[in-house]
Design a protein around this ligand. Structure first.
Ligand code: ASN
Length: 386
């Protein structure tokens, strides 16, 4: 890992959305209550808030917040030294008005997060998005497409155990995120979890129990944060630079991307009914068997249904149900699908396929043909085309 010789004091913006990391026990189970307990816990933690800095304080000390529209900004905190030359990170937590379990996350929240990142781009050297883990990989995927090639780091992290509970992994995930977003020389969207930084558009949640909750099944981690910080020669790890992110687009918030799981006995009429139930359907993800196979015999009517969808300019893509995905047209089924305009998703995760399609259909500047072409072109290392 590259180390600067002179100590740095970079500013990082932390956007809080809720999730387990910010949850407190309630009568109905853990809930990401929107109160300042979350900030108080961080403020009194000696590894996250330097005990010698004036902002460090005991849990019981009062908190002065600033209301910015619906969001709440907490006072800046400073970490203790993060490396051997004494670099520190100064960070501010901005809590979204609505704290939520991430299973409630929708494209509308992604628009809010993306707008906050854009509006604050010049004011901070790095960003951290705190999310629940259930949809964290969807959030990191969409942020990768919205902030492709940005020259600053955006860490997306959370926890399996709340900070309010014993043995929380949130402390380490937050500390590692501050290292990635504030101390390191790296850029790009990374899922920071279990002492690793993973490609934002390749990550998938593999467990609700393991502290290593995320994996990138087809590529190595970007960074291993062990005693030594090592990189796995993932070509998508980029250095900080002054490149601006592309102008953000506003994601469509009405349901436009349909996801269909293929299973034995599925019929064309079942697929058509699902497509018809989405009046503004612009894209369909088919999670198919193995290398992208699904029933195409006349009996099922699936091929006819898909042909009709492509003719109505709906992007239809095939990804694999396998936990290590890889779609390639090896069998007659796969090739027939391609011949009617269905697009192979190669090794895309479901999260990245959904995010890429939402990003493509939300771009008003693209024709249907251009969206098809761009779907098959990797834009942020999200897939390997073979
Ligand atoms: N249900 C939680 C969430 O996604 C799970 C977690 O964060 N570990 O908000």
């Amino acid at each position: 890992m590259s180390r600067s010789r002179t100590p740095t004091r970079r500013k990082v913006l932390v956007i809080g959305t809720g999730g387990t990391i910010a949850s407190e026990p309630t009568e109905t189970g853990f809930s990401p209550l929107r109160n300042d307990a979350f900030f108080r816990r961080i403020r009194q933690h000696p590894l996250l808030s330097d005990p010698l800095s004036p902002s460090h304080a005991a849990f019981s000390e009062p908190v002065e917040t600033v209301q910015i529209g619906a969001n709440t900004r907490y006072p800046a905190l400073v970490t203790p030294a993060m490396n051997d030359v004494g670099s520190v990170v100064e960070y501010e937590i901005l809590d979204l008005g609505l704290h939520m379990d991430s299973s409630e996350m929708t494209p509308a929240e992604w628009n809010t997060i993306a707008a906050l990142l854009s509006d604050n781009w010049d004011l901070y050297s790095g960003f951290i998005v705190l999310s629940g883990t259930d949809t964290l990989a969807y959030t990191s995927s969409i942020l990768t497409f919205l902030f492709t090639n940005a020259g600053k780091p955006i860490a997306v992290t959370g926890a399996q155990i709340p900070l309010s509970q014993p043995r929380s992994d949130g402390w380490e995930n937050l500390l590692d995120s501050l290292v990635f977003a504030g101390e390191s020389g790296w850029a790009g969207v990374g899922v920071v979890f279990g002492h690793q930084v993973l490609m934002g558009c390749r990550a998938t949640k593999i467990s609700a129990n393991l502290f290593h909750a995320f994996q990138t099944p087809c590529v190595p981690p970007l960074i291993n944060m062990n005693v030594k910080m090592t990189t796995d020669q993932n070509p998508h790890l980029r250095h900080r630079d002054s490149a601006l992110p592309p102008r953000t687009i506003t994601l469509l918030t009405t349901p436009t991307v349909l996801s269909c799981h293929i299973y034995p006995g599925i019929t064309g009429s079942l697929l058509s009914a699902q497509i018809a139930a989405l009046p503004e359907c612009r894209a369909v993800i088919l999670s198919a068997y193995g290398s992208g196979n699904l029933p195409i015999g006349e009996r099922s009517g699936v091929l006819e249904a898909l042909k009709g969808a492509v003719e109505r300019e709906i992007l239809v893509v095939v990804i694999s149900q396998c936990s290590i995905p890889n779609v390639y047209p090896l069998y007659t089924q796969g090739r027939t699908l391609i011949s009617i305009g269905v697009l192979p998703g190669y090794d895309l995760t479901h999260e990245a396929a959904f995010a890429k399609l939402l990003w493509l259909v939300s771009r008003k500047d693209l024709s249907f043909k251009q969206r098809q072409e761009l779907f098959e072109t990797p834009v942020a290392g999200e897939m390997t085309v073979i």
